[in-house]
Design a protein around this ligand. Structure first.
Ligand code: T4K
Length: 393
């Protein structure tokens, strides 16, 4: 089927992400079980089942569910006693540096790698001081960090290594679940993620003792009715979230399949456009959270922001994850490591990235049309040439 006319706006908005809504009957069936049990939170049956299934699916030995990804990350950093200075990336969601701030630690921003947009291991060692306690790295868009080099640096300097794996659900490196790297990895199950529980998250820990510690911190430090061991908080996932997660899991293969298909359509539709960099081909190993293009305005023919504006007029809602850089927020820009001159790669990426709609609610035909819309924003002549090239099988 041919794509639609790229100059006509879509009838309904096409969002950058949409939560996967599971079969409602199946979800209601699960809710009936919850109702019958009279058990709504604090480690009920749905929680136990989801934790077990995710542990197996993610290939991790220790996993604790949380009420959101931020609490999982905060608890990881607290359990590992991160304080003083922690080296992290500016190219991320605010949650990453903010958890450090909540623990009284100072984020120290390192630049990112040009190809992966994850923290550049080569820039970390010059930033290590006697105050440094750890590295907080992010698998941005589900692209794995250079886990071997980070592990090596952390080991040689006696630093803790925490991964913000909010984007990396289901990602594997060399057959190993992404959550098995570092001391701990925090996942987000927010509604906008491939796998979600509306709000939710999980923490995978390498050391089972750390996992036990984390499970206590998640529940006020309560060991049993008569013992409170630690100053924990409330990070618990409830039964409604867990039931939703179990229902979403059932359709996950379809969601991944749809996203792989859309990625392939975008790849064809946007091939060979000067000034546009596309992500590598989608792999079968999880990820696929966003389809992120990079727009070099000078060569493309219009700026990234202009492209976003024009797409919005056509009812296509993209996002600039992650602009602005965290190091530019008013709460961090006074830091020495936030100096623009020390973060050139991150700065360039933040100025160029644009996330295109990628979820099962977008049809391949719509993705092809979005491809043509983007072509028509590029330098003159290319649009017409591209029209003929894009067709959907
Ligand atoms: N670390 C990293 C690297 C992260 O990216 C995140 C979260 C975290 C940590 C923290 O994890 P959580 O504590 O959130 O579990 C969204 C998400 O709220 C956030 O979870 C996510 N990262 C971030 C990248 O994206 P916003 O502020 O951009 O979301 P919002 O409300 O503008 O929604 C984006 C689009 O999604 C909308 O255009 C429409 C669509 N949408 C959204 C919601 C909530 C829907 O269609 N339905 C919905 O229910 O942060």
């Amino acid at each position: 089927m041919a794509p639609a006319d790229p100059t006509t706006p879509f009838d309904t908005p096409i969002h950058v992400v949409r939560p996967r809504l599971p079969d409602l009957e199946g979800f209601v069936e699960r809710l009936r079980t919850v109702w019958a049990s009279g058990w709504l939170t604090n480690g009920g049956a749905q929680h136990v089942e989801l934790e077990l299934r995710l542990r197996q699916m993610l290939g991790v030995s220790s996993l604790s569910l949380f009420n959101n990804g931020t609490m999982a990350l905060l608890t990881a950093c607290r359990a590992l006693s991160l304080g003083g200075e922690v080296i992290t990336t500016p190219f991320t969601f605010p949650a990453t540096p903010h958890v450090l701030g909540w623990l009284g630690a100072t984020p120290v921003f390192a630049d990112i790698d040009r190809a992966t947009l994850t923290i550049d291991p080569g820039g970390i060692e010059p930033l290590i001081t006697p105050q440094t306690t750890g590295i907080l790295a992010v698998h941005v868009y589900g692209t794995p960090c250079d886990v071997d080099r980070l592990e090596d640096i952390a080991r040689r300097h006696g630093l803790k290594l925490v991964y913000d794996a909010a984007h990396a659900f289901g990602v594997r490196v060399g057959g190993r679940g992404i959550g098995t790297f570092g001391d701990a990895s925090a996942f987000s199950f927010h509604a906008t993620k491939v796998f979600h529980t509306a709000e939710g998250g999980a923490l995978a820990c390498r050391d089972p003792e750390l996992g036990d510690h984390v499970a206590l911190l998640r529940n006020f430090g309560i060991r049993n009715e008569e013992e409170v061991e630690l100053p924990g908080l409330n990070g618990k996932m409830n039964e409604l979230q867990a039931a939703l997660g179990l229902s979403v899991l059932d359709g996950l293969a379809d969601e991944w399949h749809a996203r792989r298909q859309l990625s392939a359509v975008y790849r064809t539709a946007l091939a060979d456009l000067p000034g546009l960099t596309l992500p590598g081909p989608a792999t079968a190993e999880g990820g696929l959270l966003y389809y992120v293009i990079r727009v070099d305005g000078d060569r493309f023919g219009c700026s990234r922001d202009e492209l976003q504006r024009r797409l919005r007029e056509l009812n296509v809602f993209t996002r600039k994850y992650f602009y602005p850089l965290c190091s530019d927020y008013p709460c961090y820009r006074h830091l020495a490591s936030a100096a623009p001159s020390s973060l050139p790669v991150a700065r360039e990426a933040a100025a160029q990235v644009l996330c295109l709609p990628l979820h099962a609610g977008v049809t391949p035909e719509q993705a092809a049309t979005i491809g043509l819309m983007i072509r028509s924003c590029a330098a003159g002549g290319i649009a017409a040439a591209g029209m003929a090239a894009v067709s959907i099988r």
